[in-house]
Design a protein around this ligand. Structure first.
Ligand code: NAP
Length: 247
């Protein structure tokens, strides 16, 4: 491997980033970067830094200061800003960039998906008639649903949501996946859920709720992914490890 490529910055916060740092060959000098949103992140076997860099310029300066030869963008499909910053910073500093772009979920027979271009469209898709909604869009996105207080919301997020969703009928559950399909099916049935709202995150860790909604013939408002820059990419951590070995 080219010596200049041996210092690696991995932009993480995902299962792929965790799998990648666990599979790295010895001798690589890798740093994992987290946004710092989760108060007790999982311990990882490489040095970890936390918090924003200060935009694309800040990330570029960090890359230069730490003599990074290669950046792997292993962020979540909905983390669009950091991926745009990574593309811009790597282009500006001449740094090799690889992205892990997790494939989106596609509907299969039996799915009752309602496509939503973004979170605002997802709110509108719920309609005016009050229904019990299972919201699994993440703590930072639930606020969009405050404009539809007629619904009864069950929210599940990794961190407590505080007062992010000020509606009269709200149940919050703090939990971190993976969640299997049997548990999700029982959960949806016990809670009397009528509609599920989900980001099209892709991957296996949170697919249980999608399969469970299908089993119960429940509609799913599926929020489309934001655009990410077109850069060299692989689908998963194994692909990134193969790419690193081939350097
Ligand atoms: P975002 O909107 O793309 O990023 C917002 C800002 O947060 C960035 O401009 C950057 O700040 C900082 N940031 C994001 N990821 C970072 C990282 N890995 N290391 C250092 N700084 C980072 O991102 P987001 O949607 O808020 O997601 C934040 C983190 O949570 C990401 O690491 C992502 O992989 C993870 N995550 C997100 C979701 C989701 O649904 N969005 C779900 C699961 C996990 P500066 O501009 O100051 O550098």
């Amino acid at each position: 491997m080219d010596k200049a490529l041996m210092r690696i910055l991995i932009l993480g916060g995902t299962g792929e980033a965790s799998a990648l740092v666990r599979g790295l060959p010895p001798g690589l000098d890798a740093t994992l970067s987290l946004a710092g949103r989760t108060s007790a992140p999982k311990a990882e076997p490489v040095p970890t830094r936390s918090g924003g860099f200060g935009g694309a310029e800040g990330l570029g300066a960090w890359i230069v200061e730490h003599r990074i030869g290669c950046v792997i963008d292993a962020t979540h499909p909905f983390a669009a800003r950091i991926s745009a910053n990574a593309a811009q910073a790597c282009a500006a500093t001449g740094t090799t960039l690889l992205a892990i772009r997790r494939p989106a979920w596609d509907p299969v027979p039996g799915d009752r998906w309602i496509d939503a271009a973004d979170m605002a469209a997802a709110v509108l898709a719920l309609g005016d008639t009050p229904r019990r909604i299972f919201l699994t869009v993440g703590r930072l996105e639930v606020g969009a649903f405050a404009v539809a207080p007629q619904h009864d919301y069950v929210v599940r997020a990794i961190e407590p949501i505080g007062d992010a969703l000020p509606v009269p009928r709200l149940t919050t559950i703090a939990a971190r996946g993976p969640f299997d399909v049997q548990a999700e099916t029982a959960f949806l049935a016990e809670r009397g859920i009528a509609v599920l709202v989900s980001k099209n995150s892709g991957g296996a860790a949170t697919y249980g709720k999608i399969a469970a909604a299908r089993a119960l013939a429940l509609p799913v408002v599926m929020v489309r992914r934001p655009a990410k820059p077109a850069v060299a990419s692989v689908a998963d951590a194994a692909g990134a490890l193969d790419w690193l070995k081939a350097l």
